[in-house]
Design a protein around this ligand. Structure first.
Ligand code: UGA
Length: 391
């Protein structure tokens, strides 16, 4: 068994990406004692939930790495922040020299980018991470890598090409669209990295677990366009933006496509089980999702609209409007039609079964977006003009 967490960690310094200070921060980490967990991409949506959950554990020693930390509360016990990019020269070398476990969360995880910035998407999901995999293998570090349900592609298919209901980690065929459908750049890059990880595991002794998250949602997901980001975020934040500004909720191609939504706290809980079960999870690819929350995007829009109206009864009644995928995302987009995870492996290995319904998760999510964005969106005269119900 791997040792559990014990002694508390120290400072919370940050420094500029790539700077000598950033590397120095890493080399100052204590070298003896309990496992150190480096979290790459710690300042993003998932990291902002995972790092505080790990920090609650007695004696946690976490190195939280990212370029920005806006979403991560400061002063968490046992958490050292390192402001750096995984692309900084020498950085991956330094972090894998010191961490016992590396959890890799970095990616450009947003379908609006897959066909508009495909080369950056491929680099972020594949090229930049191959050195990490090699270093973890060489140094015998445990790698917990977050891949994606996108690797399954358009829908669940059996080996003989017939459709099946659920996406199974070890049986379902991976069905991506043609090359000119650039939407699949992300899935292809993620899939290839999974294959690299697998090969290092099988042939070079890499200790790894690959996680495939299925539409994890929660507070702090993505950004609100024009406030803390530009462009099109994923559907939850896009709908929240529309609700906050009184605009129509846009259903791409009518919103008949389906997703299975998992609440971020339950997701993080499963990740903690993976951290704690190295032997059981060794060499495994694990879906983390909730098959009970399989809904169409149209249904999601309706449920989000009612959750919003429950907290802002005076806001204008939201309207739904359809747009084609080509209009919304541009050329090269193609959708996953339905995505339902097989839950069996996660239940067996992690003794984990999520149970939060959309009706339970949406109110706290709406409350979080209202608290963080309402005044900033309402301060925009254009938003006030189209959303008279906003205070
Ligand atoms: C994305 C990522 O590509 C996945 O890797 C990731 O696992 C997943 O999000 C996630 O959140 O976990 P996808 O579900 O296609 O995949 O991304 P969303 O932007 O959340 O879109 C969901 C669906 O809503 C798509 O069918 C999209 O066309 C639709 N949509 C999106 C709308 O109908 N209206 C919008 O305003 C935005």
């Amino acid at each position: 068994m791997r040792p559990k967490f014990s002694a508390p960690a120290d400072g919370r310094r940050s420094s500029r990406p790539g700077s000598a200070a950033a590397r120095a921060n890493i080399t100052r980490l204590p070298t003896a004692g309990q496992p150190r967990i480096a979290i790459l991409g710690a300042g993003g949506f998932i990291g902002s939930h995972l790092v505080p959950a790990l920090a609650l554990r007695p004696g946690a020693r976490i190195v939280a790495v990212d370029v920005v930390f806006d979403k991560l509360p400061p002063g968490l016990p046992g958490v050292e922040r390192v402001q750096a990019s995984i692309r900084d020269s020498g950085f991956l070398d330094a972090i894998t020299a010191r961490a016992d476990i590396v959890i890799s969360l970095t990616a450009m995880c947003n379908p609006a980018l897959y066909n508009t910035r495909p080369l950056e998407v491929i680099d972020a999901s594949y090229t930049d991470l191959v050195p990490l995999v090699k270093l973890c293998a060489e140094r015998k570090r445990r790698l917990i890598h977050l891949s994606t349900c996108e690797v399954y592609g358009r829908r669940a298919l059996r080996a003989d090409g017939r459709p099946s209901r659920c996406m199974d980690e070890d049986r379902t065929a991976l069905c991506l669209g043609p090359i000119h459908r650039e939407r699949w750049t992300y899935a292809a890059a993620k899939q290839l990295l999974e294959r690299v990880i697998w090969a290092y595991g099988r042939h070079h002794g890499l200790e790894f677990t690959v996680v495939r998250p299925f539409n994890v949602i929660g507070p702090r997901m993505d950004f609100i366009p024009g406030v803390d980001g530009q462009g099109i975020p994923r559907v939850l934040a896009t709908f929240m933006h529309a609700l906050l500004t009184g605009q129509d909720l846009v259903l791409v191609d009518g919103g008949r496509q389906r997703r299975s939504f998992l609440y971020v706290d339950e997701f993080v809980n499963a990740l903690l089980h993976i951290v704690d079960r190295p032997e059981l999870c060794q060499g495994q690819i694990i879906n983390l999702g909730n098959d009970k929350n399989d809904v169409s995007i149209r249904t999601l829009a309706r449920k989000m609209a009612s959750a919003f109206r429950a907290q802002r009864p005076n806001a204008r009644a939201p309207r739904l409007r359809t747009q084609t995928a080509a209009e919304f995302y541009g050329a090269g987009y193609e959708d996953s039609i339905v995505r339902i995870p097989s839950m069996a492996k996660a239940a067996r290995l992690l003794d984990w079964r999520p149970n939060m319904t959309l009706a339970q998760m949406l109110p706290p999510i709406v409350a979080d977006y209202l608290a963080r964005y309402e005044s900033r969106v309402a301060g925009d005269p254009r938003a006030r003009a189209i959303a008279p119900g906003l205070p």
